[in-house]
Design a binder for this molecule. Structure first.
Ligand SMILES: NC(=O)C1=CN([C@@H]2O[C@H](COP(=O)(O)OP(=O)(O)OC[C@H]3O[C@@H](n4cnc5c(N)ncnc54)[C@H](OP(=O)(O)O)[C@@H]3O)[C@@H](O)[C@H]2O)[C@@H](O)CC1
Ligand SMILES: Nc1ncnc2c1ncn2[C@@H]1O[C@H](COP(=O)(O)OP(=O)(O)O)[C@@H](O)[C@H]1O
Ligand SMILES: [K+]
Length: 461
């Protein structure tokens, strides 16, 4: 799988396995460096290149890159504050035929950062920090090899100066930092350089843009899925979610609400009356509950009723504040998706006894403990389920406006009603949400975003 994401420990184990199978570290480094050089030649297009080389194997890659460029006629300068320490990096240094400077003014229009890769262990300081600062303030085209050098590969945290890169070339496999903030925002375009590692058996991946399908030739509204949106105290949020859901592929959306909803579209069916009765419909394929639900006893009662119909479901917003082990015992967690933002994730973790950790670790543990599919949303979104852990490209920052979470919940619920697969519904939901944000003009509001779900569907068909 080319989209595989590995931790540093998994990366080292995978490289060890390759070496045990007879591929030397030097061979892997040559594949990495030469593969990266192919991309660099495309962007440098003949212009002079500076390569910053660190003391480890990331620096080793840098010498291979530099030598490959020299052999293709490029003017290259290596800047290396320290001599290489690892044996393979020393081998790469010995094969490099060009000039090496301990420090110099960076004037080249293209600069390649090979100071540290996944071996970064502490804060970047001294001459290394100065080089990254110089790179940050220069107008050059900036390329990070494997990961930006001040970035911790497993967490995406930043341990030193972080230039705004134009291109990041992941070597062998993606690292978690390629899908996590704040690192992801500085990486520019991200591309993978395969080096022939065996990545089978990995359980984390960058999500691939999905291809959605039109309704089957014999479809009718119920076969396409009937989604019940359970409203509560506040009328606006479930209406927004329903508006988005109607455009995300489902055949029928019913809003189960006792509000009047003046101005609701004519094509949205609003059913009033006792929730136990309105939910008593075998044809319901999925239930969405949480947006606008409220947090009082009657809201808790509505959530329990939503569980009692034992349909696949999406829980968002207030449902995430009400959920606890007692309520969850009344549901079938394997069919449920939860879509928490950071605050909601924290609340869920408290209630289900999950300790501290990064967002990724907490989302993963929440899934392990509860069995629910966890879509932990935000500027970096991670999805944890029994299928795998998925990371996503960054969405538009215009999504940072009230109500866009309700829209996401509606889209995910719609996809769940279409096919009943929680992991797939969440992945499709994130891509549709991001695509809708791209297609809605900047400064959109949540209702504009809900309307843009229709062209987003068209773009993903
Ligand atoms: N293995 C393979 O098969 C392949 C690996 N590949 C490449 O190797 C990279 C990983 O290489 P790596 O493990 O040598 O680590 P790397 O990131 O170069 O840094 C380690 C060095 O930096 C030092 N150091 C750390 N932090 C520091 C700091 N803040 N300030 C100062 N020094 C610091 C650390 O020193 P120490 O902590 O031991 O004191 C050590 O000397 C990987 O990202 C990929 O590019 C590819 O070629 C494909 C094949
Ligand atoms: N800076 C950002 N970049 C990308 N996506 C964002 C950003 N800020 C928020 N989002 C997305 O917008 C949505 C906000 O959801 P949420 O916080 O639940 O808002 P609300 O409760 O107002 O509906 C989430 O899907 C989140 O991933
Ligand atoms: K690097």
């Amino acid at each position: 799988m080319t989209d595989t994401v590995l931790t540093v420990e998994q990366m080292r184990a995978t490289e060890r396995a390759a070496m045990e199978a007879g591929v030397s570290e030097w061979e892997l480094m040559q594949r990495a460096g030469e593969g990266a050089a192919q991309w660099i030649m495309r962007v440098a297009a003949g212009r002079p290149v500076a390569v910053l080389c660190g003391p480890g194997n990331n620096g080793g890659d840098g010498y291979v890159i530099a030598e490959t460029l020299i052999r293709r006629g490029y003017e290259v300068q290596v800047i290396a504050p320290l001599e290489p320490r690892s044996e393979t990096a020393q081998q790469a240094r010995a094969h490099y035929s060009g000039a090496v400077f301990a420090a110099t003014t960076m004037r080249e229009p293209v600069v390649i950062d090979c100071l540290f890769g996944y071996g970064l262990t502490r804060k970047v300081e001294g001459e290394f920090a100065e080089l990254l600062e110089q790179m940050a303030s220069s107008h050059c085209y900036k390329v990070a090899i494997d990961v930006p050098s001040a970035v911790e590969s497993d967490t995406g945290s930043v341990l030193g100066p972080l230039p705004d890169y134009d291109l990041t070339l992941a070597l062998g496999a993606w690292k978690q930092a390629h899908g996590l903030m704040p690192a992801m925002a500085a990486m520019g375009e991200r591309r993978l350089v395969p080096i022939g590692l065996d990545l089978s058996g990995a359980r984390s991946a960058l999500s691939r843009r999905p291809r959605l399908t039109p309704p089957a030739p014999d479809a009718h509204k119920y076969r396409r899925g009937l989604l019940a949106v359970v409203a509560g105290a506040m009328p606006g949020a479930p209406l927004l979610a329903a508006e988005a859901a109607m455009r995300a592929g489902v055949g029928y959306v019913k809003l189960l609400s006792d509000h009047d909803h003046f101005g609701a579209p004519a094509d949205l069916v609003i059913e009033q009356g006792k929730l136990a009765n309105t939910l008593d419909d075998e044809r319901i394929a999925a239930v969405l509950v949480g947006p606008g639900l409220g947090r009082d006893d009657s809201a808790r009662e509505r959530l329990a009723q939503a569980f009692s119909c034992r349909k696949p479901g999406v829980l968002d917003a207030d449902a995430l504040y009400l959920l606890d082990p007692e309520l969850l015992a009344q549901a079938d967690p394997g069919t449920l998706c939860v879509t928490p933002h950071e605050g909601e994730l924290q609340k869920l973790c408290e209630v289900f006894g999950i300790g501290d950790g990064s967002k990724l670790e907490r989302a993963r543990r929440l899934h392990d403990v509860t069995g629910m599919t966890v879509l932990a949303k935000g500027p970096d979104t991670v999805l944890a389920s029994d299928v795998m852990t998925s990371f996503f490209p960054r969405g538009s920052s215009w999504l940072s406006v009230a109500g866009t979470g309700d829209v996401l919940a509606g889209i995910v619920a719609s996809r769940l009603a279409v096919h009943g697969n929680p992991h797939r519904a969440c992945e499709e939901g994130v891509w549709l949400h991001h695509e809708a944000a791209r297609l809605a003009s900047p400064a959109f509001t949540a209702s504009g975003l809900a309307h843009a779900v229709k062209p987003a569907m068209a773009a993903l068909l």
